[in-house]
Structures are given as structure tokens and as C-alpha cells.
Design a protein around this ligand. Structure first.
Ligand code: ZN
Length: 160
């Protein structure tokens, strides 16, 4: 069975940046399960995994446009200090949950703390990065009807 639309795929993966630093890996944890075609993983990786089967491995280089996109300058903006809880420790690099225009939760990183204003960055931390994946395909199976309806993979025995 090969990876394609409507398949659930289990992979082990390691993600590095251009300097070879490990940014994320499934090593030491559980493999990642995703529904192929469900936009659960970055587009450039999903596309390159199509056609592989269990037991195969692949190195995939994903350009920012096929990964987390380029940083959007409008994603960096000021928030009044008063909008944060009074007890919040505001320091550069801290992450807080903000709200987008539709009321959805978005993580924002503090990039600068001024007296009355906190400058935050809502861009994905990996925006603008070329991503270097090594992937080992562990399992490929047909998605269940429930997984197709939900648009994501379910773990073993997982139900809603
Ligand atoms: Zn579900």
C-alpha cells in the first residue's frame, strides 16, 4: 500500500534547520500519524511523501513557501501592557495566547518590552525557514470513514 489520498500514515521524523540543529523529532516518543490530503503536515512534506510505502525512508527539503510561509511584517505589532495580566512576567521570547480577528487563539511571542507597550510577533516561529526532514514511513493504511469525516487521523483506539 502506498501513501496517497485517504490514507492514514505513521511516520518517524526528524526536522532540522539549515544549520543542522534539530528543531523537532519523534525520536524517543510516538511516531506521528496524519491523514494524507488532510493538510495536517506542511504541504511540501505531504507532497513528497506521496507514493512511499511502509519501510521506506526519505530526506525532504521544504522551502518556506511550502512550509510555514514567509514572515508577515503585519504579524509584528504592539499590544498595550494593560492587555496582559498584571502578574505576567513579560520578557523577550515568552509566548502568550492572543486572539485573531475571528476570535481564534494564536500564540504570539514577545519580541520587545517597552514601558506601556509590548511588541509581539504572531508569525509561526519557523516562518521563513527552509525545513530539512528525514522521514521513516512506519505504516500506511486506509483511513476510516470517521477519520475522513473529521479530516484527521485517529490514534489506536481513539474515538470522539
Ligand atoms: Zn476525529
Amino acid at each position: 500500500m502506498v501513501i496517497g489520498e485517504k490514507k492514514v500514515v505513521r511516520i518517524d521524523y526528524t526536522l532540522k534547520n539549515a544549520s543542522g540543529e534539530v528543531l523537532d523529532t519523534s525520536e524517543g516518543g510516538e511516531p506521528l500519524s496524519y491523514l494524507h490530503g488532510g493538510h495536517q503536515i506542511v504541504p511540501g512534506l505531504e507532497r513528497e511523501l506521496a507514493g512511499l510505502s511502509a519501510g521506506e525512508s526519505k530526506d525532504v527539503v521544504v522551502a518556506p513557501e511550502d512550509g510555514y510561509g514567509q514572515p508577515d511584517p503585519q504579524g509584528i505589532f504592539g499590544v498595550p501592557r494593560a492587555a496582559f495580566p498584571a502578574e505576567a512576567q513579560l520578557s523577550v521570547g515568552e509566548t502568550f495566547m492572543g486572539e485573531d480577528d475571528e476570535g481564534g487563539a494564536v500564540p504570539v511571542r514577545v519580541v520587545e518590552v517597552r514601558e506601556d507597550l509590548v511588541i509581539v510577533d504572531a508569525n509561526h516561529p519557523l516562518a521563513g525557514e527552509t525545513l530539512y526532514f528525514h522521514v521513516d514511513v512506519r505504516e500506511v493504511r486506509d483511513a476510516t470513514l470517521e477519520e475522513l469525516t473529521h479530516g484527521h487521523a485517529h490514534g489506536p483506539g481513539e474515538e470522539h
